[in-house]
Design a protein around this ligand. Structure first.
Ligand SMILES: C[S@@+](CC[C@H](N)C(=O)[O-])C[C@H]1O[C@@H](n2cnc3c(N)ncnc32)[C@H](O)[C@@H]1O
Length: 309
């Protein structure tokens, strides 16, 4: 497969500048995908360095291994990035120099009809990044209660008509099991203004994907866990693609920079919470217009980066 057909990595120059400060460092890529960022970083670090890549998706691991076969300082693991501790202990690595998280799904996952990530018609409702997992979007649609569906559509999709759509889903499945993407699209069509339907499709499918893969909970847990393994001066670089992810990363980095919880009127700090990160300025970086033109999927990307103190 041609590299660009798998996934075009976003903001590669910005990732390099914020992440790679040591040519012989140990780097952890929690979202390896097809190894787009990995290849570029591997070409800039030397062979004393090590690059550990994680992905939940077996096909991503296969693709990355193929693409990076010439690098003997590259190691790939199929797991989720909150397993960072287990991976590092297997590799006998105590401290990292950089952690990269490029969140969400790859173009390959979205474009591959069999994976059911997209709201194109005629697709199954799967959406699992790790196909060994049991929970699918189809299961959620056919088994979650109306309230549970409303909650995920609202919280993870920020959809205004969450209640109505949840009601339609529950009504529809009383007649027939929901199995295909177009059935969900038709239910959404019954609840929203046709002019804005595409936005609602995207929001509802995003909500289902986040729920299937437990994306936000894993992210919240992993950020705190991951910086335990960053050595002094080590970098944490996170690329987000929507406001829910971005808010989690923004708040985490802000709190790790200013953790003190003492009331402002206290003359000295008594909570004794210590600063763990220093944010790299500007606090976020977005792709250039040129990049967005050549890779429209980069348009919502934002990099946030910080240094371990
Ligand atoms: C945007 S793509 C990464 C693309 C990659 N940076 C590249 O240049 O090819 C995100 C990847 O992260 C993986 N992923 C998402 N959440 C994950 C998690 N919690 N643990 C491990 N992998 C995850 C997805 O399976 C997907 O392959």
């Amino acid at each position: 497969m041609m590299e660009s057909l798998y996934h075009v990595p976003v903001m590669v120059q910005e990732v390099l500048e914020t992440l790679v400060y040591k040519k012989d460092g140990v780097y952890f890529d929690g979202t390896l995908g097809g190894g787009g960022h990995a290849k570029l970083i591997l070409s800039k670090i030397n062979n004393q360095a090590r690059y550990l890549g994680i992905d939940r998706d077996a096909e991503a691991i296969k693709e990355a291994r193929k693409r990076l076969k010439d690098y003997n300082n590259f190691y790939a693991f199929q797991t989720t990035f909150e397993q960072i501790g287990a991976v590092l202990s297997e590799m006998r690595v105590a401290k990292l120099d950089g952690i990269l998280l490029d969140l969400g799904v790859s173009s390959w996952q979205i474009d591959n009809d069999g994976r059911g990530f997209s709201f194109r018609k005629g697709l199954s409702l799967d959406m699992r990044m790790d196909s060994r997992q049991e929970l699918t979007a189809e299961w959620i649609l056919n088994n979650y209660s109306k309230d549970e569906l409303r909650k995920i559509f609202k919280e993870y999709g920020e959809e205004r008509f969450s209640g109505k759509i949840a009601y339609r889903v529950v009504k529809a499945r009383e007649e027939k099991k929901i199995e295909r993407s177009e059935e969900v699209l038709a239910l959404i069509d019954r609840c929203v203004n046709p002019r804005f339907a595409t936005k609602s499709y995207a929001r509802i499918f995003q909500a289902l994907r986040i729920e299937v893969n437990n994306e936000l909970e894993i992210l919240k847990e992993s950020l705190g866990e991951s910086i335990k393994y960053l050595g002094k001066e080590g970098r944490l670089v996170v690329i987000t693609y929507h406001s829910l992810e971005d808010r989690i990363v923004k708040n985490f980095m802000r709190d790790a920079e200013n953790p003190c919880t003492c009331p402002p009127e206290f003359p000295v700090c008594v909570c004794e919470k210590k600063q763990e990160l220093k944010r790299i300025k500007p606090h976020f970086i977005q792709p250039s217009q040129e990049e967005i033109k050549t890779n429209p999927r980069a348009r919502s990307a934002k990099i946030r980066a910080a240094i371990r103190v």
